[in-house]
Design a protein around this ligand. Structure first.
Ligand code: AMP
Length: 418
């Protein structure tokens, strides 16, 4: 299947060619025909699958074709609501790229910054608006923008919106939408509350599901290090030192943890920055910008902050902590091995995190290969027999590093036990 076969407008095909997109990703192949027919869509998919183009391209196609009927100042005809500033900026950039030859105008609004510039851009007239919920409602209530002319509405990352407490904002937005519209609803997971919310926005819809295990298993090489809590920083430093000049994204479960890692890496002369909810918008942008440009080698992110990070050539993701929600693991490793590249995701697992690993493996329906102990990190081998006798000493028993052959055997024992 090619983009041309999907019957897209020439200016869009041209932009996709310039982007280097040769073929549609599975979600694009499945969603674009549904959306071109004008149907509502429920997409079960995460970022990293090519989701933005899957909804963005049909919207651009429709708007481009109806552009000639437009008179006077541009009206907001498409709205994309997404939970974080980072994601909003990312989607805006992507739509500007895909739509660069269409003459359509896209802009983005989000909270945490002054509204003046955003208002000025809206006043010039835009066709497509990307927004986070709070700022959107705020500017709507001030009369700076209206939902009246919307033909297309996308609710993106719905599960994350709920996690972040946007449910009331989302309901308010839905209540204000014009009845005649095409609606798209995307969520990586589908708990009951999300299904209920989707019913509020969608009319008759078709569903497309891209399973997380497909997205991860196919693209990302994974590995797990069994490492004690105290040795994690040491192991991280070694893995970074082995990859001079490579951009590495590290996940930390907590904001405080992220700051601590930055400090520890600085002591080893490794340039790192943290990105999380306690950082101001300029701080986040500086960290992300520095990372994208290669001035900061390592970015330490918490889960919420990381969803919008889309960096080309991100070869390695490290899970410094294993997430306690298995789906988060899939989101995290989706930061590498994006649609056009394959990547590596390495995870650190201490004794307390073994239960999390079990959940993750159940979700992705595969065992994460166990990495041999790092030669520079003195870690005692996991001994399942000793662990059975003294569960409190898991991972600490045994007698130092084992010769390669033996530790290989231990690893397969490990795998069987988990
Ligand atoms: P998304 O899931 O929308 O965040 O997209 C993930 C990444 O895949 C982005 O870096 C896109 O530029 C890239 N991408 C999306 N669609 C394609 C495609 N058909 N071919 C190659 N890369 C793509």
């Amino acid at each position: 299947m090619t983009f041309k076969q999907l019957g897209l407008a020439e200016p869009i095909l041209k932009a996709l060619e310039e982007e280097g997109y040769e073929n549609p990703t599975p979600i694009q192949e499945q969603s674009i025909p549904i959306l071109l027919k004008g149907k509502d869509l429920l997409g079960v998919a995460q970022t990293g699958t090519g989701k933005t183009a899957a909804f963005g391209i049909p919207i651009l196609h429709h708007l481009y074709h109806s552009n000639k009927d437009q008179k006077g100042k541009r009206k907001i005809r498409a709205l994309i609501v997404t939970p974080t500033r980072e994601l909003a900026i990312q989607i805006d950039e992507s739509l500007k790229n895909y739509g660069r030859h269409t003459g359509l105008r896209t802009t983005v609004i989000y909270g945490g910054v002054k509204q003046t510039k955003q208002v000025a851009r809206l006043k010039q007239g835009v066709d497509i608006l990307v927004a986070t919920p709070g700022r959107l409602l705020d500017l709507e209530s001030q009369g700076v923008l209206t939902f009246r002319d919307l033909n297309f509405v996308v609710l993106d990352e719905a599960d994350q919106m709920l996690d972040m407490g946007f449910i009331h904002d989302i309901k308010k937005i839905i209540a204000k939408l014009p009845p005649k519209r095409q609606s798209l609803f995307f969520s990586a997971t589908m708990p009951k509350t999300i299904v209920e919310l989707s019913k509020k926005i969608l009319g008759e819809f078709e569903q497309v599901s891209i399973k997380p295990q497909q997205a991860t298993a196919e693209k990302v090489e994974q590995g797990i290090y069994f490492v004690s809590k105290g040795n994690k920083v040491h192991l991280l430093r070694e893995l970074i030192k082995e990859r001079p000049g490579e951009s590495i994204l590290v996940f930390s479960r907590t904001k405080h943890g992220a700051n601590k890692i930055v400090k520890k890496l600085a002591q080893a002369d490794i340039k790192a920055a943290a990105i999380h909810g306690n950082k101001s918008q300029p701080q986040r942008e500086a960290a992300l910008g520095g990372f994208k440009e290669g001035n900061i080698q390592v970015l330490i992110a918490t889960d919420i902050a990381a969803r919008g990070i889309d960096v080309d050539d991100l070869a390695l993701v490290i899970n410094y902590d294993l997430p306690n929600v298995a789906e988060t693991y899939v989101h995290r490793i989706g930061r590498t091995g994006r649609a056009k590249a394959s990547g590596i995701a390495l995870s650190f697992c201490n004794n307390e995190e073994r239960a999390y690993l079990k959940d993750i493996e159940k979700l992705i329906q595969q065992k994460v290969p166990v990495m041999p102990p790092h030669p520079e990190v003195e870690e005692e081998a996991y001994d399942p027999v000793a662990a059975k006798k003294k569960p409190q000493q898991r991972g600490r028993g045994g007698g130092g590093r084992k010769p390669q052959g033996k530790s290989q055997k231990k690893r397969s024992d490990n795998n069987r036990r988990r």
